[in-house]
Design a protein around this ligand. Structure first.
Ligand code: LMR
Length: 418
């Protein structure tokens, strides 16, 4: 047996770590990676001393005062949890059954599907995507997972890094700021039976452009005809229209396909970003298949992080099971959604006056937190260095960073780099 170029006679030798490390430090083989394309902007913006800097980077909601507050309903539910929780013992690999049932209803709204559905608590949207990836790798390691071009910057490292084979399908036309529906349908028509299609349920990240219901039906037709497996990422339920309309594609497909996966995040719609709350749901052909999937998913979880974190999920469970808290949550969610919509119009109007002749109307055609500004990488860099305006290299902006107080400066800065 050899270790770092040195002969190791027995496993006992492996405990002789200082000598082995002296021979060759194990981490010497690693190189520093560049900062994450999205999360790296948090520190860059924080370290910028300019008073007029603007953060349009990472996808967190902000009020007109630039804050990301804890929702009022979350504060009430947390207090209740604090008063009533009697144990911090493990909750099991699948998480809390009540939370899972409530999330399943919020997502599918169809009790008739319960016998074919399983839903499992996961550590945020990313955690749920990782569990889904683990499950897909066990079920069909050779499947291609088709992802929109472009897609969330972390989809490729997260799903590809897990071992899935990803292929892009056309989605966004950067020149006209529209969805390339025909090209998308053409690419999916060429997919092999059993391939997986990753779709964004609403508020497409990064473009903010979602198919209309008619377009979703056409996409579903191809999925059904080709025998593809829908894999739906829903990180922004309630941020486009409302919680029901935002789940349209999930509910439509659930009526038409034998199998599908859905990953939910409660980071944005409950403002629970750092508490890591999400679910992974699988619709199976029948109850016995569903139970097999459940046992496999439990094992994926056990071998990755054992059990999910509980605090945030317990908070969501309290909110969803209490009629008055749930109603107040929907009001707070609508307030966030409405503010995002009005900031889109505000920036578009400001740009119309500061940059006459340039068309930014796609800002108001998109929904949710994001859209592309539609400027080059060089212009993005100039906005950062010369004006303290931060956004992802692709020119994706988080419209929650726009306020009545900064919109004039923002529009002037953008006009200056055009
Ligand atoms: C984003 O896209 O900015 C958010 O989903 C945060 C993240 O983790 O990337």
């Amino acid at each position: 047996m050899s270790n770092c170029g040195r002969r190791v006679e027995s496993w006992v030798d492996l405990y002789d770590l200082p000598t082995i490390l002296k021979d060759k430090p194990v981490f010497e083989t690693l190189d520093t990676l560049p900062a994450d394309a999205i999360l790296g902007l948090i520190a860059e913006h924080r370290n910028d001393p300019r008073d007029n800097k603007i953060d349009l980077g990472v996808g967190v909601y902000r009020t007109s005062a630039g804050e990301t507050p804890v929702l009022d309903v979350v504060k009430v539910a947390e207090q209740r949890l604090l008063d009533q929780q009697t144990s911090k013992a493990y909750i099991g690999t699948a998480g809390d059954p009540e939370f899972n049932a409530a999330m399943q209803r919020l997502t599918f709204a169809n009790p008739a599907l319960d016998e074919r559905l399983m839903t499992m608590q996961a550590p945020g949207g990313s955690g749920s995507l990782r569990v889904a990836a683990g499950l897909l790798l066990r079920a069909n390691p050779d499947a291609t997972v088709w992802v929109s071009e472009p897609t969330w910057a972390n989809h490729h490292p997260l799903l590809g890094g897990a071992g899935l084979n990803l292929k892009p399908y056309p989605y966004y036309d950067t020149a006209s700021h529209t969805i390339r529906l025909d090209a998308m349908l053409g690419a999916l028509s060429g997919a092999a039976r059993g391939d997986v299609v990753l779709l964004h349920a609403c508020c497409h990240n990064p473009s903010g452009l979602d198919p209309s219901e008619e377009q979703w039906r056409a996409i579903a037709d191809v999925i059904v005809e080709r025998g593809l497996v829908p894999f739906i990422d829903m990180a922004y339920q309630g941020f486009a229209e409302d919680i029901d309309r935002d789940a349209f594609v999930i509910r439509h497909l659930a009526d038409r396909v034998p199998e599908m996966l859905v990953c939910n995040s409660c980071s944005k719609n409950f403002g629970l970003y750092r508490d890591r709350v999400g679910t992974v749901s699988v619709l199976a052909e029948d109850t016995s298949r569903r139970d097999v999937v459940h046992s496999q998913a439990s094992n994926v979880v056990r071998t990755m992080y054992s059990v999910p974190p509980d605090h945030g999920a317990a908070v969501v469970s309290i909110i969803l099971s209490d009629a008055s808290l749930r109603a107040n949550w929907l009001i707070e969610l609508a307030e966030m959604r409405d503010r995002l919509k009005s900031m889109r119009s505000l920036l578009n109007d400001a740009l119309e006056s500061k940059a006459p002749g340039a068309d930014f109307s796609h800002l108001v055609r998109a929904s949710g937190m994001f859209c592309f500004l539609g400027v080059s990488k060089e212009q993005v860099a100039k906005l950062k260095t010369d004006y303290g305006v931060y956004m992802v290299d692709s020119s994706r902006i988080n419209v929650a960073g726009i306020t009545e107080a900064n919109v004039e400066y923002l529009a002037e800065s953008i006009a200056a780099v055009l």
